[in-house]
Design a protein around this ligand. Structure first.
Ligand code: ADP
Ligand code: MG
Length: 247
């Protein structure tokens, strides 16, 4: 079953085309890693997948529900509903600084899903245990390391019980020694069958976890394939030069 279907997506900012004719399909439980130079449109593509940006051309559907149809976004109430099915994790954790770790994770389920406090807290404790932070439930975000903050952000996204998770360079802001703990949580999620799109420069993660690697440059997908193919036998010069720069 296709979880995400993107066809002929096009988006401009102030007259400049940032995404051009993007076609991408992600099946249930697949992990797609997007790589490519800075400015190639990776973040914009992810943001279009949960309605944070609206593309003027093309279509997107998530879990068989339309999000964008021929450049027209669905109605607000439907968009809010769909957003709960698409979890997103950013480079800059974006935790609520005035809320405890537990409250960061319960706020979405309580306010948006209408869950009771008890129910939301039970769920949150489970998710914090899953990301290895059971002991930090009562801590405030400011007292956590970057890796811990990012794991809370992942637990918070999972608390909405999404069908799909989007990660936009989730480890780029971390000190190198904290990257592994976040990648490990993502690997576990992937192994449990979560459908994921991950923008990352962590090539080891891409090799090990991705079903498919998509290479973007200048708003286009220049090449896509299994990691063994993209990393070993890329067919496009732009892929080769990008990989040479990062590996
Ligand atoms: P990437 O994530 O691959 O680095 P982005 O999607 O962030 O690329 O950006 C692609 C291009 O779109 C860049 O040239 C960037 O400057 C431009 N861009 C992104 N967001 C905006 C915006 N809100 N307004 C204007 N230009 C933007
Ligand atoms: Mg980006």
């Amino acid at each position: 079953m296709s979880m995400i279907t993107i066809s002929q997506l096009g988006k401009s900012f102030s007259g400049q085309r940032i995404l051009r004719g993007i076609d991408l399909q992600v099946e249930a439980s697949q992990v797609v890693v997007i790589i490519g130079p800075s400015g190639s449109g990776k973040s914009t593509l992810l943001r279009c997948c949960n309605g944070l940006e609206v593309a003027e051309e093309g279509s997107i559907s998530i879990c068989n529900q339309h999000l964008l149809i021929d450049g027209k976004i669905i109605a607000d109430h439907a968009l809010n509903d769909l957003r709960t099915q698409v979890g997103m994790v950013f480079q800059s954790f974006n935790l609520f600084p005035h809320l405890s770790v537990l409250e960061n994770v319960t706020v979405g389920p309580r306010k948006i899903r209408g869950m009771s406090k008890d129910q939301a807290e039970t769920l949150a404790h489970d998710l914090l245990a899953k990301v290895g932070l059971a002991a930090k439930a009562d801590a405030m975000p400011a007292t956590l390391s970057g890796g811990q903050k990012q794991r809370v952000a992942i637990a918070r996204a999972l608390a909405m019980q999404p069908q799909v998770m989007l990660f936009d360079e989730p480890t780029s802001a971390l000190d190198p020694e904290l990257v592994g703990e976040v990648l490990q949580v993502m690997k576990t999620l992937a192994n449990e069958g979560m459908t994921m799109i991950v923008v990352t420069h962590e090539m080891g993660f891409a090799r090990e976890v991705a079903d498919r690697v998509v290479v973007m440059d200048q708003g286009c997908i220049v090449e896509a394939g299994p990691p063994g193919q993209i990393f070993v036998n890329p067919t496009q010069e732009r892929t080769r030069s990008f990989l040479q720069a990062v590996l």
